[in-house]
Design a protein around this ligand. Structure first.
Ligand SMILES: C[S@@+](CC[C@H](N)C(=O)[O-])C[C@H]1O[C@@H](n2cnc3c(N)ncnc32)[C@H](O)[C@@H]1O
Ligand SMILES: [Zn+2]
Length: 293
């Protein structure tokens, strides 16, 4: 397997070839390899509609929190659902909005250990810091991430806009979207006819204890998501409680949530006054297949 078989020029969608530290398409568009080994495939202009990506301190908060393993059961659930629904043989996965790829690397390794021995994973995020950190982590895990190399287990991270990814049509076995926007139309373009879309989203009770501290009136608005062109094929709820043992961990988790942007000073102070907090984690994992036409 070779990532160049599926990567495409983000400007003209032609194939890319590696020449030294540059990727070049037949029309002459060039993309340099950064020192971390990723290539910025989020060209100016084309990336206009992508969010600029999370700020560096948000990424730091998420990195520290995830490294604590508090969300490990979520990537375990993703790996189990992928193992159940992916056809055996060569597997190509795309993590769409992967952040620093903590979950991406985890479920990729679990699949590799579980017998998926020809496995190529690509992760895209609007943040180039995310891609750089992802590549560093992949190397530390001993996973090949040298663009253009033939290898059975490979993982790459790229800055990219998930609504317009530099990948070939019908190239993917699965798109994984964890707590990120879902680009249904783009995913339909990228998935093989037997490919799946797997999403992870907050469930009704997710971080309920944190919400109760932040807001005086907690109300739920849960709506079953629908993606045009896709039909729900399987779902699973990952639900458990976890102890956040200190104020830093509480704050890091808070910074990862949408609550961070919509909390009053009083709410924030109530949360920051806690020395530890037990929270419910509830994540809905959903598997979709292409709707019959
Ligand atoms: C809440 S974070 C989740 C990150 C990771 N999937 C996880 O579960 O740890 C959402 C991510 O989506 C990314 N994102 C948002 N809009 C995007 C876009 N249009 N293209 C690429 N990434 C995007 C953000 O930069 C951010 O890293
Ligand atoms: Zn090109």
């Amino acid at each position: 397997m070779n990532v160049l078989n599926i990567l495409r020029c983000p400007l003209c969608r032609e194939m890319l070839a590696r020449e030294g530290r540059t990727l070049r398409c037949s029309r002459g568009h060039c993309f340099d390899l950064a020192k971390e080994g990723y290539v910025n495939l989020l060209p100016p202009g084309k990336g206009k509609n992508a969010r600029t990506g999370d700020e560096k301190d948000m990424l730091r908060a998420r990195r520290e929190f995830l490294a604590g393993g508090y969300y490990a059961p979520i990537s375990d659930g993703i790996a189990a659902l992928l193992a159940r629904h992916l056809p055996a043989g060569e597997t190509i996965l795309c993590d769409s909005g992967c952040g620093e790829g903590w979950h991406t690397l985890r479920y990729t390794q679990k699949l590799a250990e579980g017998g998926f021995d020809r496995l190529l994973t690509v992760g895209f995020d609007a943040s180039k810091y995310g891609a750089a950190a992802g590549m560093k982590n992949a190397r530390q895990h001993g996973i090949c991430c040298d663009i253009g190399t033939e290898a059975d287990l490979q993982t790459y991270f790229f800055p990219g806009n998930l609504f317009s990814l530099p990948l070939a049509d019908a190239s993917l076995s699965a798109v994984v979207s964890m707590f990120a926007p879902v680009a249904a139309e783009e995913n339909l373009r990228l998935l093989r006819s037997d490919g799946i879309l797997l999403t992870a989203a907050s469930g009704k009770e997710h971080l309920n204890e944190m919400r109760q501290l932040l807001y005086t009136d907690v109300h739920y608005t849960e709506k079953e998501p629908e993606y045009e062109g896709f039909t729900l094929a399987d779902r699973e709820t990952v639900r458990y409680t976890v102890l956040l043992p200190d104020p830093d961990t509480i704050r890091n988790l808070f910074m990862m949530t949408p609550f961070y942007y919509k909390t009053t000073t009083e709410g924030r102070e109530r949360l920051y006054a806690e020395n530890s907090l037990t929270v419910t984690v509830e994540t809905e994992l959903r598997v979709y297949r292409r709707s019959a036409v």
